[in-house]
Design a protein around this ligand. Structure first.
Ligand code: 5AD
Ligand code: SF4
Length: 481
C-alpha cells in the first residue's frame, strides 16, 4: 500500500537522516526507524544535543556522534538496524574517535549484546532517558561505555521544544502521551516504551500555537493509544485512582484535549494517531463531528476479525463490539475515512479465523490498511505462552489475501469520489510528476492535480476525475477560503 503522510511505519522514511542547521562545532548524524513517534523523538534528541553544541549532518563520515533511533516492533525492523550497525563500523577505521549510539525501542532489549558481546556501540539510551544524553556523552568521551534504559513514570519531554526536521513545513507531529498499558499479547511496546503517561495539555496547546505562528497548516497528535490520554497533573495512568479528589475531578481526557486544541488553532487541520477500539468513547466522536478543523479520519487498528483470536491477543474487544463501534462512527461522522492494522498468522489462527478477518474487512471496506505477518517478539505474553505455529507460507498466503482485499476496498472507496469536488491541503510536489501537486483530503486520501496557481500550504478545491487504489486524480476547481 503506497500513500503519503502519517502512516504508522512509513517504509519510505526508514533510516532517514535528520538535518538541523545550527551553530556548533560538533556534528551529529541521526537516523530514525519505526513509527512516527520515533521520528518525533529524534527531533527531541536533536534539540537536546543542539544545547550541547551539536549541529546535524547528512553525512555519517562528517559526524562525531552517530545515533540510530531504533524500532523493535517486528523482527525485520531489528535486523535492519543490526545490519546498519555492522556497516557503520567502517567509520571507526578512518575516525577512531567517532562514537556510535543506539536509541529507542531496541535499547533495553539488546543493550548487553551490543555493548559487550558485539562491541558495536559506545552508547545505549532508552526512549525515556534522552535528557541524560549530555551526561552519558561525557562518560563516552572519557572512554567509558554509557547506558541508560530506565523507563520513567513522568517523562513526556513536555517542556522540550522539538526542532522540526525532515518535514515539509506544512504538517507537524505533536507527541501527547508516551507508553502503552493495553498489553496486547503480541506487542513489545509496553516493554520498550513503558507505561502510559500523558503530557500537560497546556504545553501541547502552546506547541500547536507555535506551529501555527510558524506557518504550519496541519498537526497530528501522537501517542500509542491517544484515546487513553489522561492528564491529572502528571504521572502514570495506572496511578490515577490514587490521585487526590481535586486532581481526579479536574482531569483532562482526549475529547477535551481535542476540543481545546481545535479551538486554540482554528485555522489548522488536526489529526491524531493511534486510536484503540477499546478506549474510543462517543464524546471523542462527537468532538470530531463538531469541529470542522478536526479531520474526519480514524486509524483504528483491529488486528484480527476473529473474536477467538482477539481474545488470545488480549485486545479487550470482540469482533461484534468493533463492528458496533464502526456503525457508531458512521452514524456520528458519516463521511469518516477509516484505516486499520491487521496481523496475519497469529498463533493458533485457523482458516476459519482468517475468513473472519476477510469478512470483517468486507463489512468495513476500509480506505487504507497496514498489514503484517505475525512476528514473535521476545518477552511478550505470546512469546512466553503461545507457539508460533502458523507456517510461514500460510502466513504469507493469508497476508496476500488480506492485502488484495484491501486493494479492492481502497479502489472502491476512491471511486466514490469521482465527479465530486473535495477540499485538499496542498503538501508539495507529487512524487511521480514535477508538474503536479499532491495533498490530502480530510479523510487522508491522497489527491494529485496539475499545479496551476495553487501552492503548498493552500487549501483548495479539487474536482476528482480518475482514481487508482492509492490516489485520486483531478483538477483545480477553485482556491478556497
Ligand atoms: N507482529 C506483527 N505485527 C505486529 N504489530 C505489532 N506487533 C506485531 C508483531 N509482533 C503491528 C500491529 C500494530 C502495528 C503498529 O504493528 O498491527 O498495530
Ligand atoms: Fe514505534 Fe513500536 Fe517500533 Fe517502538 S517498537 S519504534 S513504539 S513501532
Amino acid at each position: 500500500m503506497h500513500h503519503y503522510g502519517n502512516k504508522i511505519i512509513d517504509e519510505s522514511r526508514q533510516g532517514e537522516a535528520l538535518m538541523l542547521e545550527s551553530e556548533g562545532h560538533k556534528k551529529l548524524y541521526i537516523e530514525s526507524y519505526g513509527c512516527q513517534m520515533n521520528f518525533s523523538d529524534s527531533e527531541i534528541v536533536a534539540s537536546i544535543l543542539a544545547g550541547e553544541g551539536y549541529s546535524t549532518t547528512k553525512n555519517p563520515e562528517d559526524a562525531d556522534l552517530v545515533l540510530l533511533n531504533t524500532c523493535s516492533i517486528r523482527e525485520k525492523a531489528e535486523q535492519t538496524v543490526r545490519n546498519r550497525l555492522s556497516h557503520l563500523q567502517y567509520l571507526k577505521k578512518t575516525k577512531p574517535d567517532v562514537k556510535i549510539g543506539v536509541l529507542g525501542c531496541m535499547a533495553e532489549r539488546i543493550k548487553d549484546k551490543l555493548l559487550d558481546e558485539e562491541k558495536l556501540v559506545d552508547l545505549v539510551v532508552g526512549p525515556d532517558a534522552y535528557r541524560d544524553l549530555p551526561e552519558l556523552l561525557k562518560e563516552v568521551n572519557d572512554g567509558r561505555k554509557a547506558v541508560n534504559v530506565i523507563l520513567s513514570k513522568e517523562e513526556t519531554y513536555g517542556d522540550i521544544n522539538p526542532v522540526r526536521l525532515g518535514g515539509n513545513g506544512i504538517s507537524a507531529f505533536i507527541s501527547i502521551m508516551r507508553g502503552c498499558d493495553n498489553m496486547c499479547t503480541f506487542c513489545v511496546v509496553p516493554f520498550t516504551r513503558g507505561r502510559e503517561r500523558s503530557r500537560n495539555p497546556q504545553s501541547i496547546i502552546e506547541e500547536a500555537v507555535q506551529l501555527q505562528d510558524a506557518g504550519y497548516k496541519e498537526i497530528t497528535l501522537l501517542g500509542q493509544n491517544v484515546d487513553s490520554y489522561l492528564w491529572y497533573g502528571g504521572g502514570l495512568k495506572k496511578d490515577f485512582a490514587k490521585a487526590s479528589e481535586i486532581a481526579r475531578a479536574s482531569a483532562v481526557r482526549f475529547a477535551e484535549l481535542l476540543r481545546r486544541v481545535a479551538e486554540a488553532v482554528p485555522g489548522m487541520r488536526i489529526r491524531f494517531s493511534t486510536s484503540n477500539p477499546q478506549d474510543m468513547t462517543a464524546d471523542v466522536l462527537h468532538t470530531i463531528a463538531e469541529y470542522p478543523n478536526i479531520c474526519k479520519y480514524i486509524h483504528l487498528p483491529v488486528q484480527s476479525g476473529s473474536s477467538r483470536i482477539l481474545k488470545a491477543m488480549n485486545r479487550g474487544h470482540t469482533r461484534e463490539q468493533y463492528m458496533e463501534l464502526i456503525e457508531k462512527i458512521r452514524s456520528i461522522i458519516p463521511d469518516c475515512g477509516l484505516s486499520h492494522d491487521m496481523i496475519a498468522g497469529f498463533p493458533g489462527e485457523t482458516e476459519e479465523d482468517h475468513q473472519d478477518t476477510l469478512s470483517l474487512m468486507e463489512f468495513v471496506k476500509y480506505d487504507f490498511g497496514y498489514m503484517f505477518k505475525y512476528s514473535e517478539r521476545p518477552g511478550t505474553y505470546a512469546a512466553r505462552h503461545l507457539r508460533d505455529d502458523v507456517p510461514d507460507e500460510v502466513k504469507t498466503r493469508r497476508l496476500n489475501e488480506i492485502i488484495d482485499l484491501q486493494q479492492k476496498h481502497s479502489l472502491f472507496r476512491n471511486q466514490q469520489y469521482i465527479g465530486k469536488t473535495v477540499e485538499v491541503l496542498v503538501e508539495g510536489t507529487s512524487r511521480k510528476s514535477e508538474d503536479h501537486w499532491f495533498g490530502r483530503t480530510t479523510q487522508n486520501t491522497v489527491v494529485v492535480f496539475p499545479k496551476e496557481q495553487a501552492k503548498p500550504g493552500d487549501r483548495v478545491w479539487v474536482t476528482v476525475e480518475y482514481c487508482t487504489s492509492a490516489t485520486l486524480l483531478g483538477k483545480l476547481a477553485s482556491l478556497s477560503c
